[in-house]
Design a protein around this ligand. Structure first.
Ligand code: AMP
Ligand code: GLY
Length: 462
């Protein structure tokens, strides 16, 4: 079967590589793609926000499945148009993608269906938002309502920072996405992403993953699209894992009650508070870079799973997972997430991939007319390693990172480091005085880390 994948990041390269491994995949068209490759895959020029053009291309090439990677075409309703033309689509329509495209919509849905999340208020007036801040001191969270490429959230540590974030939103920093502002209670705890395949009715969770959003080591610096990730997550307790799955099930039931036929990935972004997991956000797609660790752990045929999702036919026993650990380190251009240079020559990928169990996914890369690989974005490469222990996966990923070079290469040296210290390390860093209260749990997490049985933790997928 021929496939069209929309998008051009590390997530899409991971999707394409997994799809290419399916015995049933034929040509894979990637729009726009990047400098990465896979057997049978070719980049095509196509405006992925133009639903009619996407649909025409899919019909002309007789593709059997369209996979939508990024949020913008999902929110723009590309899935609806392609699906209406009778082509299987992996990705929700515009109604479902509102979960990501409108934080207001997502918060109201959670509120209506008793899905625990941070307390919130929504404003379309700068004056009223600033008034609200008078009674709600920092730390407090300010969010542009719409899509802002992962940059629309400020966790304000001071009242002035909060006011500034509100003013920036209403001044148009995020365009229309900031015309409405959500102000949220600041929640505290480690974060965890749980992605699930949803076929409209059935929800099948993937392995949990943990992203590192901040640009600099020690979780400092500005938020980014994600600087590194690992899966599964050793600090998540069994109870927390079960609670997250329950919240995802509740969300799928809520979507059904609202008459929304959701087919694709539902991405739950959770924060593990002392009162249990709370939803920070939903995304309507695979996470980036979460996909770059989750898919390498998936042993099932991704094409088969995606077709089942697109056709509303997901069977309970379709997902099989490796019991290994995966970690991925993002190599970024100097200056990211601010301004950065592109067009820098990249070397060493072959040597890195020659190491056992290492895969280098391309994100912001391109090839020049002579086939030379150049940087072409903020996040350039995702270096993923798999191993039987968390420590070995981490060591192998950094060995591979050392073999790759380009001018301005920057990356975090501490991906996964805090997880190695168990829950105490998290709480010491994020909540100060609560570290001691978590001692017992941290010991549990550490022993589970060495004896981790994935079958035991994720019964719903087996
Ligand atoms: P979002 O795009 O909504 O996931 O927000 C980006 C990041 O901001 C999250 O990954 C969290 O680190 C942080 N964040 C968002 N909402 C909250 C909240 N209510 N409390 C604390 N941190 C938050
Ligand atoms: N890694 C965060 C996201 O995909 O939104």
């Amino acid at each position: 079967m021929d496939i069209l994948v929309l998008g051009g990041g590390g997530r899409e390269h991971a999707l394409v590589r997994s799809l290419a491994a399916s015995p049933d995949s034929g040509s894979i068209y990637v729009a726009p793609g990047n400098g990465g490759s896979a057997p049978g895959a070719q980049n095509v020029v196509l405006d992925i926000l133009d639903a009619a053009a996407v649909c025409r291309f899919a019909q002309e090439q007789a593709v059997g499945l369209v996979v939508i990677g990024p949020e913008a075409p999902l929110v723009g309703g590309v899935a609806d148009i392609v699906r209406a033309a009778g082509i299987a689509v992996f990705g929700p329509g515009a109604a479902g993608a509102r979960l990501e495209g409108s934080k207001h919509f997502a918060k109201d849905l959670m509120c209506k269906y008793d899905i625990p999340t941070a307390a919130y208020a929504v404003f379309t007036s700068e004056e009223l938002a600033l008034d609200y801040l008078e009674d709600h001191p920092a730390p407090i969270v300010i969010k542009a309502n719409g899509l802002a490429a992962g940059k629309g959230v400020t966790v304000a540590q001071s009242d002035e920072e909060a006011r500034c974030a509100v003013r920036e939103c209403f001044a148009g920093r995020f365009g229309q996405a900031g015309a409405k502002v959500v102000i949220e209670e600041n929640l505290v705890g480690p974060e965890c992403s749980l992605l699930a395949f949803v076929d409209g009715q059935t929800m099948m969770p993937m392995v949990p993953a943990q992203d590192h959003k901040r640009a600099l080591a020690g979780d400092r610096g500005p938020n980014t699209g994600g600087m590194g990730v690992y899966s599964p997550v050793p600090i998540v307790s069994r109870a927390e894992h079960d609670a997250m799955i329950k919240l995802m099930e509740q969300t799928v039931a809520a979507l059904q009650s609202e008459g929304i036929d959701y087919r694709g990935v539902l991405y739950g972004g959770f924060i593990l508070t002392d009162q249990g997991p709370r939803v920070l956000e939903f995304n309507a797609r695979f996470g980036d870079p979460e996909t770059q660790v989750v898919l390498p752990l998936l042993q099932s045929d991704l094409l088969e799973v995606m077709l089942a999702v697109g056709n509303g036919d997901l069977k309970q026993d379709v997902l099989r997972w490796s019991d290994q650990w995966a970690i991925s380190v993002v190599l970024a251009s100097a200056g990211y997430p601010g301004t950065y240079q592109t067009g820098q020559p990249i070397s060493g990928i072959e040597a890195a991939e020659a190491l056992p169990n290492v895969t280098v996914f391309h994100a912001g890369t391109r090839r020049d007319s002579g086939g030379r690989l150049l940087t072409d974005g903020g996040r350039v490469l995702n270096v993923t390693a798999l191993a039987n222990s968390f420590e070995e996966a981490r060591a192998q990923a950094y060995r591979a990172v050392d073999l790759i070079d380009f001018p301005g290469k920057q990356y975090r040296l501490d991906i996964g480091q805090r997880a190695l210290g168990g829950r105490v390390a998290w709480n010491q860093n994020t909540t100060g005085d609560q570290g001691e209260a978590k001692q017992g749990e941290a010991n549990g997490a550490q022993s589970r880390h060495s004896n981790f049985q994935f079958d035991d933790l994720v019964p719903a997928t087996l």
